[in-house]
Design a protein around this ligand. Structure first.
Ligand code: HEC
Length: 131
């Protein structure tokens, strides 16, 4: 069974609907969009190209495509930008500690973190369950 996973999505807009049911759905979608607004605006403010460039220093362990090459490093591809930002800031502040990541995060600005998170979140991954 194959499932396409899109995490860190920017909250798609549904097409124009017709009738009361459609209006209710649109209302619900807009309500959801309002709840997600802080994440969406953060993602929009981020610079994907800058994130891709900065991610060059991450590839040795996390892979050029965000699928980890080092056995002790997690995959970052498709991970939500919200989570990635939180973890990178936690490494930077010392709330989360790791010999390598603490050093790497110490050199990242808020903009670097937002751009890196947007870049890795934008990579689309597909999950395949075992038979
Ligand atoms: C030298 C290898 C190495 C490099 C280079 C590296 N990382 Fe990591 N990264 C790791 C390891 C190992 C972990 C797991 C650390 C832990 O257990 O807390 C990790 C964890 C993380 C996590 C936490 C993920 C999670 O699932 O909680 C994030 C986010 C992350 N790295 C982002 C980056 C970014 C962005 C870069 C480049 C700017 C980078 N890393 C560069 C090795 C590396």
């Amino acid at each position: 069974m194959t499932r396409s996973v899109r995490r860190g999505s920017r909250g798609g807009r549904g097409g124009a609907g017709r009738g009361a049911a459609a209006r209710i759905l649109i209302g619900a979608a807009l309500g959801g969009a309002a709840l997600l607004a802080p994440c969406v605006s953060a993602a929009q403010a981020a610079d994907l190209a800058a994130g891709r460039e900065k991610a060059g220093i991450c590839t040795a362990c996390h892979g050029a495509d965000g699928i980890a090459t080092a056995p002790d490093a997690p995959n970052l591809a498709g991970t939500s930008a919200f989570y990635l930002v939180a973890q990178l800031k936690a490494y930077r502040s010392g709330a989360r500690q790791h010999p390598q990541m603490s050093v790497i995060a110490a050199g990242l600005s808020d903009a670097d973190i937002a751009n890196l998170a947007a870049w890795f979140a934008a990579i689309r991954v597909t999950a395949t369950l075992p038979p």
